[in-house]
Design a protein around this ligand. Structure first.
Ligand SMILES: NC(=O)c1ccc[n+]([C@@H]2O[C@H](COP(=O)([O-])OP(=O)(O)OC[C@H]3O[C@@H](n4cnc5c(N)ncnc54)[C@H](O)[C@@H]3O)[C@@H](O)[C@H]2O)c1
Length: 427
């Protein structure tokens, strides 16, 4: 640990990709007074070069693997693990083993399987490691305001929650049909990858662990059986329906979305010029026909949940939405709350007023995930500094121990989806 409480937190970054550099690295660049990236591990040379360039990390502290980084023992106060889903467990276990009660920010999902998740949780618990899971929604002004309204009893006793994750048709095609989260054996179930955030928020808003869960859902649309007549393996290979297909890669990346270089274009190609993107769509995975990919994760799923305090909830996760947002409806004994996450609007109705008055709150937020990425980093860095001052710190809002619940819920829902049974979670 750095000696002076006001020194910037020294971060060792494992995984310098979209999240590692794009979300957390970007925050550090905005707040050099709070933190500094001092060591980076990533097997991709260009990622290391970029990290070194952006954060002025000397070549001696750029490592081709987390093993070489940990072996070299660079001085750091905290670790951020932002590797792909299947590469969370090994670096997290090794960091805990070598650095003991270290502060770690771990990307969600904790791990892609139940066994790995429980193994990591047990190791962190035993070592007293301070692990924060990147469940960014709890750090947004939107969900924090809803939590506060519930705490103030504005709608009386909370009884039911209806929550919908609108993934967005193009976002789903990008990440879950053509992209990194399309296959179970390479990533994790769609419910875990995309909606562990929503399960975590439901658990937070309900204010109790989940007791029972059941789920339905499937991969129904993005299959070879639905390939239109005249379609081709790639959208730019003379596909006869390309102009009328909403999932056309050319339409999505070159016409519909805001111009490059922002996400998701930078995932499609490092060269985000029109020519660079066209080349990547012609050669790479993001130019494939959505009906002829090697994807196997569900494209829609519903989950019914009962919490131990009697609150009931439903979660609806779907690829088939125009907007990319989350909407929520909380029904209480004396009122209701509705909200649209990306519109940043919350409506409160109080049945006690004769006219059922509705207040509309408009919240101002910045950055990705409705301000959640920045909120998470500020909280994480402040907690590392607090630990440096006092030798101890309270558990994070998204500590591993509580974040486990959302993952147990996701695994149970997957079991229910496969078996058709309602699953009871251990008390
Ligand atoms: N919190 C959120 O809302 C949120 C949003 C998107 C993604 N994620 C999660 O963040 C994680 C990273 O996703 P991403 O979009 O940044 O992916 P990415 O592919 O852009 O970045 C991953 C990086 O890790 C590197 N890497 C791979 N194996 C490694 C290893 N063994 N050691 C060190 N580095 C390694 C890759 O080279 C790459 O640079 C995933 O688990 C993903 O599910 C979370």
């Amino acid at each position: 640990m750095s000696d002076h409480p006001l020194d910037p937190v020294r971060i060792a970054l494992i995984g310098a990709g979209s999240r590692g550099l794009g979300a957390y690295g970007a925050h550090v660049l905005r707040r050099p007074d709070l933190a500094q990236i001092v060591a980076v591990a990533d097997p991709l040379g260009e990622r290391l070069t970029m990290a070194g360039h952006l954060h002025a990390v000397p070549p001696t502290h750029l490592y081709p693997s987390w093993q070489t980084m940990l072996d070299a023992e660079p001085a750091f106060d905290a670790v951020i693990i932002a590797t792909p889903d299947r590469a969370h467990l090994a670096p997290a276990l090794a960091t805990i083993e070598r650095a003991g009660g270290i502060s770690m920010l771990l990307e969600k999902p904790i791990c892609p399987t139940e066994e790995e998740t429980e193994r990591l949780a047990a190791a962190a618990d035993e070592a007293g490691a301070d692990v924060t899971v990147a469940h960014v929604l709890r750090y947004t002004a939107f969900f924090a305001r809803i939590r506060e309204l519930l705490d103030r009893g504005v709608i009386g006793q909370l009884l039911t929650i209806r929550h919908t994750e609108h993934i967005g048709y193009w976002h789903f095609a990008h990440s879950y049909v053509r992209g990194n989260w399309r296959r179970l054996d390479e990533a994790s179930p769609m419910l875990l990858a995309k909606a562990c955030h929503d399960l975590d928020i439901l658990r937070w808003l309900a204010g109790a662990p989940c007791a029972e869960i059941s789920s339905f859902g499937a991969l129904s649309h993005f299959t070879a059986a639905n390939a239109p007549e005249g379609s081709t393996a790639r959208c730019d290979e003379g596909c006869r329906v390309e102009r009328s297909c909403p999932y056309s890669a050319q339409r999505i990346y070159l016409e519909t979305l805001s111009p490059a270089p922002a996400w998701p274009h930078d995932v499609v190609s490092a060269d985000t010029s029109p020519a660079g993107l066209a080349r990547a769509l012609h050669e790479g995975p993001y130019g494939r026909c959505v009906y002829r990919c090697d994807n196997d994760v569900a494209d829609h799923q519903v989950v019914a949940l009962r919490f131990t305090n009697g609150v009931d909830a439903t979660l609806n996760v779907s690829a088939f939405t125009r907007e990319t947002t989350r909407t929520v409806h909380l029904m209480g004994s004396h009122g209701e709350i509705t909200g649209d996450f990306y519109a940043n609007e919350i409506t409160v109705s109080d049945f006690r007023n004769a006219d059922t008055r509705t207040s509309r709150l408009t919240l101002v937020t910045e950055g990705y995930h409705g301000g959640g990425d920045d909120g998470l980093m500020v909280d994480f860095l402040n907690r590392v500094r607090e630990r440096r001052r006092n030798g101890r710190v309270e558990a994070a809002r998204t500590a591993l121990a509580e974040s486990l619940d959302s993952h147990r819920m996701a695994f149970a829902a997957e079991h229910s989806r496969a078996s058709g049974e309602t699953v009871r979670l251990a008390a």
